[in-house]
Design a protein around this ligand. Structure first.
Ligand code: AMP
Ligand code: MG
Length: 401
């Protein structure tokens, strides 16, 4: 069977991925990063009343017509209002109210003068220049009119949007549920960090790497742990997980070795195989399957193979399921800081560090079983099939993670 291209694999995965339709209501403070599932319109004008943008005095501008420093207008101060107070009653022309920033402008007033610009003696206010109507005046609805569109369904909730929603008194928002993701590793050689190693055993790094990555995007995977290299047991666990999860992610057991159980697991689950093998190195033997409404992706066990295929394929699934396109990587061009000595008969994904100046440095160690360099990896270089060795300075395709 011929390997399918990465692009074909992605489009098959997407074909079998549904954007999550279920919604839930969350407190506004918990909503950052979530995807809004309702349209929000301003339920009232914001600000809800005409108000003062500064600390000063408010009155009818007409009372200051012709005022100069030599011949200031004199007004009678009849009250005082701080933010949060409300002046009931009407202010007559020639009267003034002292008010602070954010205080509602009383009926009869149409301008505000800065406190620093006036002189006060007892309850007499001296205004040294004429004010125009609506000078220093903050209108009701100036921020948002009643009914104005604040955010559309599908918007990602930023801290800025949370501020806006809070200003409109919204305590809760309706958001899309996150996809339910099941994550497990297969391998009888695996121990969990914290356990004692034994001869022949290694620590399970894939589970931690992928779980951490999922959490970086705000997902809360169900981190199962280790599935034994026993097709019947692994199939039972995955079948059970499929009942409540949208995506089953596993690493290991996908190649042709004696313990590469995922082929049999898939069959035992009665799952339909979407593909096996993708034309990329590392990670070629990835399997995709579907059982009911649940998509399964079984990645190669080598840590960098698991990581590379997870980034290149699974991220697309996550972006679609969660309705959050920002989960996707960005693709661009970069200039190699160093060379790559091997020819690439097939498409190759290499870990790298990308700098904002557009240069990209490949890590010296790049074997799929090697984790070195991963802590500084922020990009992959995507080398097309049939490429000769790469020279420093060459332009390459960069996947910015
Ligand atoms: P597999 O794909 O199961 O044949 O595993 C390929 C290689 O990756 C083997 O050397 C495994 O020991 C190693 N490996 C598999 N799973 C993990 C894991 N979760 N963490 C670290 N290494 C792993
Ligand atoms: Mg294995």
């Amino acid at each position: 069977m011929q390997d399918i291209s990465l692009e074909q694999a992605i489009s098959m995965l997407l074909e079998h991925t549904e954007a999550i339709g279920e919604t839930e209501t969350v407190p506004l403070l918990e909503a950052a990063g979530r995807i809004l599932a309702e349209e929000v319109r301003a339920p009232f004008p914001q600000p809800p009343f005409d108000r003062s943008p500064l600390d000063g005095y408010t009155f009818a501008a007409a009372a200051t017509d012709g005022a100069t420093e030599e011949k200031p207008a004199t007004l009678c101060i009849i009250g005082e209002e701080c933010a949060g107070d409300f002046f009931h009653g009407t202010v007559a022309c020639g009267e003034a109210v002292r008010l602070m920033t954010g205080a509602a402008i009383p009926t009869g007033c149409d301008c505000v003068i800065r406190q620093e610009d006036v002189r006060v003696e007892g309850d007499t206010l001296y205004v040294p220049y004429a004010l125009a109507p609506y000078e220093n005046y903050c209108f009701k609805g100036e921020d948002m009119e009643e009914g104005a569109l604040v955010a559309e369904a599908g918007a990602k909730i930023t801290s800025g949007l949370i501020g806006l929603l809070a200003s409109l008194g919204k305590a809760e928002v309706r958001v899309y549920q996150k996809p339910h993701i099941f994550l497990a590793s297969t391998g009888d050689e695996l121990k969990m960090p914290g356990e004692a190693l034994a001869p022949g055993k290694i620590y399970n790094s894939n589970l931690y790497l992928l779980a951490a990555r999922l959490r970086e995007w705000g997902f809360q995977p169900r981190v199962y742990g280790i599935l034994p290299d026993d097709a019947a047991l692994a199939a039972d666990a995955l079948k059970e997980a499929a009942a409540s999860c949208d995506l089953l992610l596993t690493t290991g057991g996908v190649s042709v070795g004696k313990k590469d159980i995922m082929h049999e697991v898939r069959q035992r689950m009665g799952a339909e195989r979407l593909f096996w093998r993708v034309a990329m190195k590392p990670g070629a033997p990835a399997i995709a399957y579907r059982t009911g409404r649940t998509l399964g992706v079984a990645l190669s066990g080598n840590p960098f193979a698991a990581f590379a295929t997870f980034e290149m394929m699974v991220r697309h699934v996550l972006a679609k399921a969660s309705r959050d396109p920002s989960v996707l990587y960005r693709t661009g061009r970069g200039r190699l800081a160093n060379g790559f000595a091997k020819v690439s008969p097939g498409r190759r994904i290499i870990r790298a560090h990308y700098d904002e100046d557009g240069t990209v440095r490949l890590f010296e160690k790049n074997a799929s079983g090697v984790l070195a360099g991963l802590s500084d990896t922020n990009a992959f270089v995507d080398i097309p099939a049939g490429s000769p060795p790469l020279e420093p300075g060459e332009e390459v395709t960069v996947i910015r993670l």
